[in-house]
Write a protein that binds this ligand. Structure first.
Ligand SMILES: Cc1cc2nc3c(=O)[nH]c(=O)nc-3n(C[C@H](O)[C@H](O)[C@H](O)COP(=O)(O)OP(=O)(O)OC[C@H]3O[C@@H](n4cnc5c(N)ncnc54)[C@H](O)[C@@H]3O)c2cc1C
Length: 411
């Protein structure tokens, strides 16, 4: 069987693209350079991942039922994970990427996709097809492979995008430690995920503590202007978490980049980009797993439809479907990130805003179900009033940031 589609990168996006193509009868090969170490990731995913992609709940380490947001001054807002109409899916799933990605890759192989353990080193797209070169991790030798089209699912640094001559996207850095805690300490984290805001732990994004089955994953995000401070920010987060990490044992420290902007164009002659390679990470939350899987599915469907004439004009149907479905959500989340994380005063307002029950319902309706439904007028008025009064309160009375109590390293 001639390989019709090459997918570079077989993590969440690449594996779903391969599964989709195989179900549509298209011969597919995945090229993946890393089959041992997990992709550095917080592993928080919405339940939609399990329903839409028919995945077993056995992949879930913990179901988080409550989020706590802690402001720069230490204000705490507890938010129950609940949508407007309560369902059994009112939770945030915590997964480990080594388990999750492995499952998806195996499913792709069971569906008939081939998997090559190798690193893409060259790519040529010509009128008659795609030629890729790769270094095999198994035998160390250079090999060549031809296909009708290529899908770049190779993450934030995307060699596919680079070899297509596309520019780098602006990138944030996220760094995380997995810390095993004694059972008595783990109980505290059982069903709660915490978000920390503040200049010393994350100047323009947020820091987190996410529970996994035998450890807690703590990490920080740092935008393009703060990437070199990432280790100091993580050290400050550990100071802030203080006693709740007592008795902890470091299992792993991991870091990776996150794209901060979507690409202007997602499909080209015989080539498509999905997930982080396309810059499809949600602003505000840095969430990218669902979006990589969803973009993998949409791109694969459009590619299968146009495989006999895979021109940019035809393949860009994927891009149009994507922005029709998710454009409003991306625009809103981008605005929310700029407004809510812009400075510490706004972070205080953001934390207060999250106490509003309408804001909580809207947030989880869109997170859990991945659709944005406009709030009724009454709710919009109540939200506007609460936000404006929090804004005024925080302008008139500055709160004392925690750094004036904690021995943080200066950044
Ligand atoms: C520290 C951190 C925490 C995060 N936390 C969350 C979270 O809690 N929830 C969430 O939804 N998102 C989170 N994200 C974002 C999420 O990890 C990404 O958006 C998601 O993994 C994107 O999936 P992808 O399949 O597009 O790319 P990736 O998962 O990055 O996979 C790309 C694959 O391509 C392979 N590859 C790269 N180059 C080559 C090459 N030359 N040849 C062959 N293969 C290659 C890589 O080995 C990798 O397997 C986090 C990111 C970071 C860095």
């Amino acid at each position: 069987m001639a390989q019709r589609v090459l997918i570079v990168g077989a993590a969440v996006g690449g594996a779903v693209a391969a599964i989709t193509l195989r179900k549509l009868g298209v011969a597919t090969v995945m090229l993946e350079k890393e089959l041992v170490r997990a992709k550095p990731c917080g592993g928080a995913v919405p339940p939609a991942v399990f329903t839409e992609f028919d995945l077993p709940h056995s992949l879930i380490d913990r179901k988080v039922k409550q989020c706590m947001i802690v402001s720069p001054s230490g204000q705490e807002t507890r938010v129950p994970v609940a949508s407007s109409v309560p369902t059994a899916d009112d939770f945030i799933a915590m997964v480990r990427r080594e388990v999750f990605d492995d499952f998806l890759r195996q499913r792709a192989q069971t569906c008939g996709a081939d998997l090559i353990h190798g690193q893409l080193t060259g790519l040529r797209v010509e009128a008659q097809g795609v030629t890729a070169t790769y270094r095999s991790i198994t035998d160390g030798a250079e090999h060549t492979l031809t296909a009708d089209a290529v899908i770049g699912a190779d993450g934030a640094y995307s060699p596919t995008a680079r070899l297509l001559g596309l520019p780098h996207l602006p990138r944030a850095v996220a760094i995380q430690e997995r810390i095993a805690l004694p059972a008595s300490q783990m109980e505290r984290w059982a069903e709660s995920a915490n978000i920390y805001l503040g200049y010393e732990v994350s100047p323009d994004l947020y820091a987190w503590a996410f529970p996994k089955h035998d450890h807690v994953a703590i990490g920080i995000g740092a935008g393009p202007n703060h990437a070199e401070k990432a280790k100091t920010l993580l050290a400050n987060l550990k100071v802030r978490l203080g006693p709740s990490l007592e008795g902890g044992r470091l299992l792993l420290r991991e870091a990776h980049a996150l794209p901060m902007e979507p690409r202007k164009q997602l499909a080209f002659d015989r080539a498509m980009l999905i997930g982080d390679a396309a810059g499809l990470v949600a602003h505000t939350s840095g969430e990218g797993i669902y979006w990589a899987m969803k973009s993998g599915q949409l791109a694969a469907e459009e590619l299968a439809r146009h495989l006999d004439a895979p021109s940019a004009a035809n393949l860009r149907a994927y891009e149009r479907r994507w922005w029709q479905q998710y454009g409003t959500m991306y625009t809103f989340l981008r605005w929310l990130q700029r407004w809510g994380y812009g400075n510490e005063r706004q972070m205080e307002v953001f934390t207060e805003m999250c106490r509003n029950p309408d804001v909580q319902r809207l947030t989880f309706d869109s997170y859990i179900h991945k659709t944005m439904v406009p709030a009724p007028w009454g709710a919009q008025l109540r939200m506007t009033w609460d936000i404006l009064s929090a804004q005024v309160r925080n302008y008139l009375r500055r709160r004392t940031p925690l750094r004036e109590q904690h021995p943080y390293a200066t950044i």
